[in-house]
Design a protein around this ligand. Structure first.
Ligand code: TRP
Length: 443
């Protein structure tokens, strides 16, 4: 059976690092600032915090417990825990979400890799918004170059995952997370001491409640799903040992992850206002403002290069955890060695990623489905539709279907386990349903 051959993370710190390695990524430094900037700053932040706490945390605990109890891939976990039922569809939805996310995430990770070189050569070392914009656009407008970077990212991460999950994930993330964290603190300090920095802080911490509407709430919830890698946590925890305290671990991961996002916000928004960028710039925000902050300090070229190297590593960790979901399923379901499963998957991802990447440039930017480019469609479908839907079903599974004693035991018992069970029976599924129906304009 698969469980007998599965390897384990070697230590408790390894578990935390690997789970953080999945959570922390482009979501913190790229997506979070972009959404905060587009949706009114602090008010979005508050809604996002609430969504993380009431929806994200109980679901993350559920996911991790399911994974450890089922010790298998996302589909057969449910076939094991609930044989001859349809609950395995949760796993199918997880695999589809992972593929969609990989389709655009590998594109953005490619931009990060490209920026390592742009920073090292000083090509983006300017505080002038027009220069920064021109440099970013030249990357997006060049389809073959964008594809080159995306494929490089896929090849690199595919190569790591082929060597087995724990080894790859654990090694990459363990040492470098703290370094990225420290560097972010450094960028924050520089950003906060720029002239006019306080306006950025005001934007980040003074709510504009009139900006909160159904679609803002839906996006904040989507971000919580995306950030906490929900629906796929099961994959990681299937490599956990029995003595990991899951509720405590999930809470720690959530707090560390929020902290990194906040630091990214504090690094970016003061600079936005100081240099005259637009807060609602969207996906380009990271790539415009961070090089500008570095350009304004001594040793900027070196630190900017280091920043993008570490960001590339953080996104690699996240991509590994995304890849592991379909890889584990392919190899366990079809009894394929990883050396076969990974190339098959990579070929699929190259095809799936192609329209997303080309849709951020002139080739496909005018092709829209439901009013969205392929890039935005993959993002919206996964974060705001599929993951919330499987969140509802997962919470119902954990709250009602999973036998009470088994569920409580899987979570380690005690008050946290009972609280999660109560939330999964009530608040969590009801909230997600309301947000989803409201956000889609159905109620
Ligand atoms: N959480 C990661 C980030 O913020 C992205 C990610 C990694 C993810 N694994 C996932 C999202 C699984 C959803 C599901 O960058």
């Amino acid at each position: 059976m698969a469980s007998a051959t599965r390897d384990h993370f070697s230590s408790r710190l390894g578990v935390l690092a690997a789970t953080l390695g999945s959570a922390v990524g482009l979501g913190n430094i790229w997506k979070f600032p972009s959404l905060v900037g587009q949706n009114g700053g602090a008010s979005f932040l508050v809604v996002y915090l609430l969504a993380s706490l009431c929806i994200g945390l109980p679901l993350m605990i559920s996911d991790l417990s399911l994974g450890r109890a089922g010790r298998s891939n996302v589909i057969s976990i449910f076939q094991k825990l609930a044989p001859r039922t349809g609950w395995w569809l949760i796993g199918l939805s997880a695999i589809i979400s992972c593929l969609l996310i990989l389709g655009f995430y590998s594109d953005v990770a490619g931009w990060v890799f490209a920026y390592i070189f742009k920073s090292a050569t000083g090509a983006v070392s300017s505080t002038d918004p027009a220069v920064a914009q021109a440099s970013f656009s030249s990357l997006l407008n060049d389809g073959p170059v964008s594809l080159f970077w995306q494929w490089l990212v896929l090849l690199l991460t595919g190569g790591i995952i082929m060597r087995g999950a724990s080894a790859g994930i654990e090694k990459v993330t363990r040492i470098l997370m703290p370094v990225l964290f420290l560097l972010l603190v450094g960028v924050c300090i520089r950003s906060l001491t720029l002239p006019g920095a306080s306006e950025g802080l005001r934007f980040l911490f003074m709510p504009q409640w009139e900006r909160v509407d159904a679609s803002v709430i839906m996006m904040a919830m989507g971000l919580a799903f995306f950030k906490m890698s929900l629906g796929m946590g099961c994959m990681l925890s299937s490599y956990f040992k029995e003595d990991v305290n899951i509720p405590l671990m999930a809470t720690r991961v959530m707090i560390c992850d929020l902290l990194v996002s906040l630091l990214a916000g504090i690094a970016i928004f003061p600079a936005v206002f100081s240099f005259g960028f637009q807060p609602a710039e969207g996906p380009a925000l990271l790539f415009l403002t961070i090089p500008a902050v570095f350009a304004s300090m001594p040793g900027g070229t070196f630190f900017a290069t280091l920043f993008f190297i570490l960001s590339a590593i953080a996104s690699t960790g996240a991509i590994l955890s995304l890849l592991e979901v379909p890889v584990a399923w392919l190899s366990e379901r079809f009894s394929l060695p990883r050396t076969k499963a990974v190339p098959i998957l990579l070929a699929g991802l190259v095809l799936l990623g192609l329209p997303a990447t080309l849709s951020t440039g002139p080739a496909l930017q005018d092709v829209k489905l439901f009013g969205l480019t392929f890039f935005d469609l993959y993002d919206a479908l996964s974060s705001t539709i599929l993951m919330p839907l499987s969140g509802i079903v997962t919470s119902l599974f954990v709250g009602y279907f999973w036998k009470k004693e088994h569920m409580l035991a899987a979570l380690g018992g005690g008050m946290p386990a009972r609280l999660v069970r109560t939330l999964c029976r009530t608040v969590t599924p009801v909230l997600i349903t309301l947000v989803l129906l409201h956000g889609l304009g159905i109620i």
